[in-house]
Design a binder for this molecule. Sequence first.
Ligand SMILES: [Zn+2]
Length: 475
Amino acid sequence: MGREEMSVTEREIRRRRSSLIMKSLIALLILLLAGLAALLLYETKFKVYNNPWAPQTGDLMESSESETQPQERISAQEQTLEAQANRLAAQYDYDAAIELLRGQPGFDRSDRRKTLVASYEKTKAGCSPYSVDQITHVFFHTLVKDDARAFDGDEDTDGYNQVMTTISEFNSIIQQMYNRGYVMVSMHDMVEVAEDGSVSTREIRLPAGKKPFVLSQDDCSYYHYMDGDGFAQKLVLDENGRVKNSYIEDDGSVSIGDYDVVPLIDTFVENHPDFAYHGHKGIIALTGYEGVLGYRTDEVYKTREAARLTGWQTKFLEENPDFDFEKETAEAKAVADAMKAEGWEFASHTWGHINPAARGLDQVQTDTERWRDWVQPVVGPTDVLIFAFGADISDWTPYSHENPYFNYYKSMGFNIYCNVDGSVKAWVQIGSDYMRMGRRNLDGYRMYYNPDLLEDLFDVETAWDDNRPTPVPRM
Ligand SMILES: [Zn+2]
């Protein structure tokens, strides 16, 4: 073999070797590009568009991190911003979510934010309006925290068994309704009232499968007669400023926790933000005669006018010699303010829990003025009247200004009126200057006697609390 032949072979080997290296490099490059493309596709197509903007945005951050794209690194500030926008979008307020991102400086330079905005716009375009007159309205009373104490056989047991719901039943009902696509809305999402008092329908748009409903709670006063019967004592602010309940345990110690509708719903929405349309929660119907939210804020606790004090009130004032009316009112107002900030609304349930038409106009006026003077300063003004006893001031035919009760209530600023009608899924009547809505009681009586009427909302057998005595007494 000559030198020349050797060098030919060497050259050939060198050529092959470099070609092999080239090929490997190209293959490696293709793999790298394919990987990047897959990552990008996953990120934009699936990761974001499928994202119902639940709070777990943490995983959105990790996969997009890449050494080659340092401009995509997400700061803590950006994470907070995205979490805020995602929460707004999860609560169906796409416009607010988009506005939040668009309003940031340098929006045009952020592909991430643009992609998020595009995903919000896409979901928003897929929403459709829900017929306002098909919206259902459910209500509860104060929830039973301790079944043994509520159903202990004393003279109040039957009443609690009929019209109250236990915490375990409530939690099951809410979870089932959420699973079925129900979303809390405010009655103020259904109609809007113009300056001149005229009422017009608004549009509620939701993604496919979502159904709006209204939630209310009656008599959230923690009346004296319920003391010691296994109900929360009052609504309070915890050390983080959150609305919770206080509860007096058997041994007299005080626990703070989720023991009634308001904090239970707050906690549920924290974990399931898409349960609250635009963050709106329920509406609390309040009387005034024993104060509100567990605070003794009525006039009589201040004046202590003997002729007006009930036995319960006298006993309370005797047992609480340090009672300070101004402090009590300030505390109640702080709780009400925190509730409003969390999406809650308030309604009048009449000051004295009265059936207006049975009392006559004079008493209705006194009653309404008492609510205005002693409840409104604590919870703020409202245009919603949720009648006590499921009463109403007219039959099902539209309200007219010939009706002195409607005329009076409307002149006092009430635009929305609720009665009770558990026989139909939805009952909504919108007139030129009012809205009326029927409500469905989700209590022991309804669950025991008419589980079929609740099938659209939840399965009674699943929700039923076996500690409840049966049969539930007839009314
Ligand atoms: Zn009531």
